[in-house]
Design a protein around this ligand. Sequence first.
Ligand SMILES: C[S@@+](CC[C@H](N)C(=O)[O-])C[C@H]1O[C@@H](n2cnc3c(N)ncnc32)[C@H](O)[C@@H]1O
Length: 244
Amino acid sequence: MNDKTVIKSDWDKEGFSQRFSKAASIQIPMREKMFKTLFLFFNFHFKHEPSVRILDLGCGDGVLISELLNMNPNIKATLVDGSAEMVDLAKKRFDENKSIEIIHARFEDLITTESSLLQYDLVISSLAIHHLTKDDRRKLFVFIYSHLTKGGYFINIDTVLPPEGEIEEFYLLLWEEWIDEVSGITGESDKYHDLIYGHHQSLNHLSRVAPLVEQLTLMEETGFIDIDCIMKYGIFAMYIGRKP
Ligand SMILES: C[S@@+](CC[C@H](N)C(=O)[O-])C[C@H]1O[C@@H](n2cnc3c(N)ncnc32)[C@H](O)[C@@H]1O
């Protein structure tokens, strides 16, 4: 993995990552509820495990692992992100914690170079995989599968492509409603209008984000079992699968 790798997206623009971290709970509908659901599942499944190895793909500033560590201090985790700025934030957050390894790498590099990563009981990812091409997503799912222990789980929170037309319009309306609701100010979503429509309708987004059914089918083709969509709100979904 190459530390000098440059991620060619908004995430590499200075300040973009920090702005995201601050505004994320307003911008991303149900983000906290989805996180809470992930934590509940973790508690439900890994509560009695004396040690748990977790891989977080697209870790951002490390918010997910930080919360999980509060629930189980025996976690050993590897965090991967393609943005130098996010990696710096994560390194600051975990400071000298020897159980946390933070790697600056793009998924595109992970799937094409020989992996030095270990085996994990849980692989998590939040809002990070959707910019991959279909082919790279397939390879990343295979990568994830190969790095899971027997019985290990993969949980992905990500955007999904809605059916074009009325349903899509409705989902974008839901997104605006969400922003007005959480900000407590009607019309607040105007501030985020460009983000909502710009992001959703950008070629990069529309050409790469896959429908939920396609993502779940890919999980199945990779070999995962017990696949299910745990939560969904408009274009945001959280799904799970287990390695047999
Ligand atoms: C929307 S943020 C989410 C961060 C964190 N998972 C969260 O939910 O708060 C997406 C993260 O994925 C990372 N990312 C996006 N595409 C990536 C890629 N191809 N390889 C590695 N990291 C990527 C970005 O740098 C960013 O930190």
